[in-house]
Design a protein around this ligand. Structure first.
Ligand SMILES: Nc1ncnc2c1ncn2[C@@H]1O[C@H](COP(=O)(O)OP(=O)(O)OP(=O)(O)O)[C@@H](O)[C@H]1O
Ligand SMILES: Cc1ncc(C[n+]2csc(CCOP(=O)(O)O)c2C)c(N)n1
Ligand SMILES: [Mg+2]
Ligand SMILES: [Mg+2]
Ligand SMILES: [Mg+2]
Length: 319
C-alpha cells in the first residue's frame, strides 16, 4: 500500500449531495450552497478515544463519524459532507483501514452524506480527524447560548450506556444486556432526526453529550448565563442500568460521556410540541430539569429533594 493506492481504494464512485461540484481528486472539494453551513472537526487518537482491544476497525469508523454527526445534530443541522484526515502507523494493513471507511460509510449512507476529501500521512499512532459539514435553515442554528429562564431542560435516549459498554469490554465481565451496552458504545446513533424535526420551534438550546451531562449542562449554563437544575431521578437510564453499583450509576450517567444524546432547553410553551416531534422521529425524550435566572451561571443537581452544585466532571484532555 502507498498513499495513492490507499486513496484510490477509499474514494467513492458516486456522490449523493446535489450541491457537490467537485469531490475527491483535486486540491480541494467544491460545493455551492444557499443555506447556512455548519462545520465541525473532531480528532480521535488510538488508546485515548478507541482501542483495538474493544473495537473492530469498522466500529472505529462508525463511532468517530457518529461523534461528528452528533455535533451537527446539536447545531440543528442536516449532515451533508465529511473529510477524513488519517495519520497511519506502518503496521496498519490496507484492508483494516478500508474497514474503518466501511464503518464511516455505513453511517454516512443513512444521511446521504458524501466523503469529499481528506489527507493521508504516516505517524507513530493511529489518529483520525474528521471534518463534517451540514445545512441549517437561515438563522436556525441551535446554540448553547439559547437557554432562557423558565425553560425546561430535556435529554434524549438513555445516559451512561456507552460508558457501561466500555467498562464491560475492558473488564470482560458478564452482565444483563451486555450486548446492548457494547453496541451503544461501538455503534452510537446521533439524534439527527429529532434535531432536524425541531426546526419549526423558534428557540431551542442544544448541546450533544460527548463528555457527560455534567460538562454539557455547564456549557449551556455558561453560554446562556443561567442556572440549570437537573433532577437526578429524572435522568433517563436503561432498564437494567440498576444492576451496576450506585457509584457507577451516578458517575456513568453524569460523566460517562460518548452517549451522543442531546441535552437541550426549550420554553414551557413549546415543550408539548417538542414531545410530539420526538414521537414522530422515534426519539425517547424526557424533561430532566428546569432553567432559572442566575447570579452566576451554574448547574445544580437535585437528589431526593436535596440540592448541590454539579461541577464539570466529564472527560477532559490535557488535565
Ligand atoms: N484547537 C482548537 N483550535 C480552535 N478552536 C478549537 C480548538 N479546540 C476546540 N475549539 C473550538 O472550541 C469550541 C468547543 O469545542 P469542543 O471540542 O469542546 O466541543 P465539542 O466538539 O462539541 O466537544 P467534544 O470534542 O467533546 O466532542 C468549538 O467551537 C471548537 O471549534
Ligand atoms: C480506549 C478508550 N478509553 C477511554 C475512552 C473514554 N473517552 C475517551 S474520549 C472521551 C470523551 C470525548 O472525547 P472528546 O472530548 O475528545 O470528544 C471519553 C469518555 C474511550 N472511549 N476509549
Ligand atoms: Mg465533538
Ligand atoms: Mg471537539
Ligand atoms: Mg459537541
Amino acid at each position: 500500500m502507498d498513499e495513492f493506492s490507499f486513496i484510490n481504494a477509499i474514494k467513492p464512485n458516486t456522490y449523493n449531495q446535489p450541491a457537490l461540484i467537485k469531490g475527491i481528486g483535486d486540491d480541494a472539494a467544491v460545493f455551492r450552497s444557499t443555506s447556512d453551513i455548519v462545520t465541525t472537526v473532531d480528532t480521535f487518537v488510538e488508546d485515548i478515544h478507541f482501542s483495538l482491544e474493544t473495537m473492530a476497525p469498522f466500529h472505529i469508523g462508525y463511532r468517530i463519524l457518529a461523534a461528528n454527526i452528533s455535533d451537527l445534530a446539536a447545531m440543528g443541522a442536516e449532515p451533508a459532507f465529511y473529510l477524513v484526515s488519517m495519520c497511519i502507523p506502518k503496521k496498519w494493513k490496507q484492508s483494516a483501514l478500508e474497514e474503518i471507511y466501511q464503518g464511516m460509510h455505513e453511517l454516512a449512507s443513512m444521511y446521504q452524506m458524501d466523503l469529499i476529501g481528506g489527507d493521508t500521512v504516516s505517524s507513530e499512532r493511529l489518529m483520525i480527524s474528521i471534518t463534517a459539514m451540514g445545512y441549517v435553515p437561515e438563522n436556525k442554528a441551535r446554540y448553547r447560548s439559547h437557554a432562557e429562564p423558565n425553560d425546561i431542560v430535556f435529554a434524549t435516549g438513555t445516559l451512561g450506556d456507552s460508558r457501561a459498554g466500555l467498562e464491560i469490554l475492558l473488564q470482560g465481565q458478564e452482565c444483563k444486556d451486555k450486548d446492548y451496552y457494547i453496541e451503544r458504545h461501538r455503534l452510537p446513533n446521533p439524534r439527527v432526526a429529532l434535531a432536524s424535526g425541531l426546526c419549526e420551534i423558534d428557540r431551542v438550546a442544544l448541546n450533544d453529550i460527548s463528555d457527560g451531562i455534567s460538562s454539557e449542562a455547564n456549557e449551556i449554563a455558561e453560554a446562556s448565563n443561567v442556572e440549570l437544575t437537573i433532577i437526578e431521578e429524572k435522568i433517563p437510564v436503561s432498564n437494567s442500568f440498576q444492576q451496576f453499583s450506585k457509584e457507577q450509576q451516578y458517575d456513568w450517567k453524569l460523566s460517562g460521556g460518548e452517549d451522543f444524546e442531546l441535552l437541550g432547553t426549550v420554553s414551557e410553551v413549546h415543550w408539548p410540541r417538542v414531545q410530539e416531534i420526538a414521537v414522530q422521529t422515534d426519539t425517547p425524550i424526557q424533561q430532566i430539569g428546569y432553567v432559572r435566572e442566575a447570579e452566576e451561571p451554574c448547574v445544580l443537581i437535585q437528589t431526593h429533594g436535596e440540592t448541590k452544585k454539579l461541577m464539570k466532571s466529564g472527560y477532559t484532555h490535557l488535565k
